[in-house]
Design a protein around this ligand. Structure first.
Ligand code: PLP
Length: 404
């Protein structure tokens, strides 16, 4: 197949493993918060690659960072270290609670590392019996066997043989349930500060504080999965900064590379030392290309201009969604933080998030769902006011057409 060979959506069913069901248009180009498909049709992008394209598409500074590094050094293996990785790690440490960083390529891999590290540390400090991990029902932590086992949505782990053992699930935001389950056998509790895939549901500050206290009482590590909430998405660099509750381990991916695959696990010196030489690794984790791009993303995102802008944009979008809700009665509430927003469908619209996503696409608007009952928005952190207004207009048109 040459580069000029025409491909279309129907080829997907012919050549791809059928684990996805992509919509019928194929995007070929993006700029800022807009993308264009094969036919040249333009869309406003409020999906952001599922909370990934933090600075929109083809941001000039990221294109520059990537191409500059591409001309210098792509890959060297972990037998050697590299300058972009050391710079990025230093900046992440300076900006957070962490003292040490491990780089991976995806959120699932960063969580895999976090869970292994928590078990390894408990094994070293206490013994093999301290291996239990507590997670929340409805949570999502990735698609590896360990992360689907920890994740609180059985549909992702069913049918893949025995799940990893020693994992229990408690309802989110329910401190009594955690208190009843945590024990001296618990090595870690893992929480998403906002359940993203689960429906854009926030953990309360009181809950997070109480979780921290229970973890301390039982010598269990607190892991925050910030794969979806991190890197400015909620209006602070990481969502834990709203509550002031510090984790022992934090995972970041998605927005970290602004669209280039990279993930990170952040932790403290006390814990990092249990991942000694040879205990864990990744061929591509921390490669110069990903780290060069992520360093530039961090430089841009971790500024008051961008972070305060996220909160301003949240207000524009939430006000617009509420105005649509008042006129069309499609949404019963709007929740989330910063630019991770969930519009919860009203009773008569329950189950129709996918239909709304498709209707929006027909009007030139990309949105996401978070389960069947929630329309989710996770746009570029620097989307323009004009793009927001246009997106809201297109959404109103799409929903009006569905109302009939
Ligand atoms: N953790 C959370 C909270 C996520 O939202 C996701 C992806 O949606 C993951 C982990 C998995 O990340 P990845 O798909 O990069 O492996």
């Amino acid at each position: 197949m040459t580069e000029s060979t025409q491909v279309s959506r129907s080829d997907f069913d012919r050549v791809m493993v059928p684990n996805y069901s992509p919509v019928d248009m194929i995007p070929v180009r993006g700029a800022g918060a807009r993308v264009w498909d094969q036919q040249g049709r333009e869309y406003v992008d409020l999906a952001g690659g599922i909370a990934v394209n933090a600075l929109g598409h083809a941001h000039p500074a990221l294109v520059e960072a990537l191409t500059e590094q591409a001309g210098k050094l792509w890959h060297v293996s972990n037998v050697l270290t590299n300058e972009p990785a050391l710079r990025l790690a230093s900046k992440l440490i300076a900006a957070t609670f962490a003292d040490k960083v491990f780089f991976a390529n995806s959120g699932g891999e960063a969580n895999e590392a976090a869970f292994k590290l928590a078990r390894r540390r408990a094994h070293d400090v206490v013994g093999p019996q301290k291996h239990e991990i507590i997670a929340c029902t409805n949570s999502f932590h990735g698609r590896t066997l360990f992360t689907v086992s920890v994740g609180g949505q059985p549909k992702y782990s069913e049918g893949f043989g025995p799940a990893i053992e020693g994992i229990s699930h408690v309802p989110y935001n329910d401190i009594d349930a955690l208190r009843a389950t945590i024990s001296e056998r618990t090595c870690a509790v893992v929480i998403e500060p906002i359940q993203g895939e689960g429906g854009v549901i926030l953990a309360s500050d009181e809950y997070l504080k109480a979780v921290r206290q229970l973890c301390d009482e039982h010598d269990a590590l607190l892991i925050f999965d910030e794969v979806q909430t991190g890197m400015g998405r909620t209006g602070k660099l990481f969502a834990y900064m709203h509550s002031g509750v510090q984790p022992d381990i934090l995972t970041s991916a998605k927005s970290l590379g602004g669209g280039f695959p990279i993930a990170a696990m952040l932790t403290t010196d006390r814990i990092a030392r249990h991942f000694g030489v040879g205990t864990h690794g990744s061929t591509y984790g921390g490669n110069p290309l990903g780290c060069a791009v992520a360093e530039r993303v961090l430089d841009i995102v971790n500024t008051s201009e961008v972070l305060e802008g996220v909160t301003e944009r949240n207000k524009l979008l939430v006000d617009g969604l509420m105005a649509i809700a008042a006129d069309l009665d499609v949404f019963e509430s709007v929740r989330g933080r910063g630019l991770l927003i969930g519009a919860v469908l009203s009773p008569s619209w329950k189950g129709q998030a996918r239909q709304i996503q498709e209707a929006a696409q027909r009007e030139g608007l990309l949105v996401l769902q978070a389960g069947p009952d929630v329309v989710r928005l996770a746009p570029s952190l620097i989307i323009s006011t004009q793009d927001i207004h246009e997106a809201l207009e297109r959404l109103r048109t799409a929903l009006s057409a569905l109302v009939g």
